[in-house]
Write a protein that binds this ligand. Structure first.
Ligand SMILES: [Zn+2]
Length: 152
C-alpha cells in the first residue's frame, strides 16, 4: 500500500491530505486530495454541521510545480447539510477562491512572474492560455491595490 504522508507534508495545504497520485507522462503529476475537516460552519445560521450531504464533481486545480513537474490537484468540494436550518452549503477552503481553477499560491506565483515577464512567455512555459495569464494578473493587481498598496 502506498503511503501519502510525505506528499501530504510536502504539499502543505491546510487541512488537506493526499490520497492518491498519478504521473501523466514525464512532466505532469496529479495529486488526489481530500479535506480532513470533519465539520463546517453554516453560512446562514452559523451552526456547526458534521453532516456531509454530498461530494461534488471532482475538479482539477492547478498548483505549484513539484520537482519540475506541472502539478494538478484533484479535489471534490463537499456539500454539508445544516440540520437546524435545513440549508445545504459547499465547504469553503482557505487556499482557493471558489470558482477558480488554481490554488491561491499558484495564482500568486503567476502574478509575480507577470509583473516581470511577457504574458505570452508565461503562457507558453506554463501551458496556460494568454487569457488565463492576463486574468490572473488583473485579479492580482486589483487585490494588491485593494490591500493599500497605492502610492502615497
Ligand atoms: Zn444553518
Amino acid at each position: 500500500m502506498a503511503n501519502y504522508d510525505l506528499l501530504t507534508e510536502l504539499l502543505d495545504l491546510p487541512h488537506i491530505r493526499v490520497t492518491h497520485s498519478q504521473q501523466v507522462g514525464q512532466d505532469r503529476l496529479n495529486l488526489f486530495i481530500e479535506s480532513t475537516v470533519e465539520a463546517a460552519v453554516c453560512p446562514h445560521c452559523q451552526q456547526v454541521s458534521q453532516t456531509v450531504h454530498e461530494v461534488g464533481v471532482p475538479q482539477m486545480l492547478r498548483d505549484l510545480p513539484i520537482w519540475n513537474r506541472r502539478c494538478w490537484l484533484r479535489y471534490a468540494p463537499r456539500r454539508f447539510k445544516c440540520e437546524p436550518c435545513g440549508n445545504s452549503f459547499v465547504e469553503r477552503v482557505e487556499w482557493r477562491e471558489p470558482g477558480l481553477d488554481y490554488t491561491q499560491r499558484y495564482e500568486q506565483a503567476i502574478y509575480e512572474r507577470a509583473r516581470r515577464e511577457p504574458v505570452a512567455h508565461i503562457a507558453q512555459t506554463e501551458g496556460l492560455s494568454e487569457d488565463q495569464v492576463a486574468g490572473i494578473f488583473e485579479r492580482g493587481a486589483k487585490k494588491h491595490s485593494l490591500n493599500g498598496a497605492t502610492p502615497a
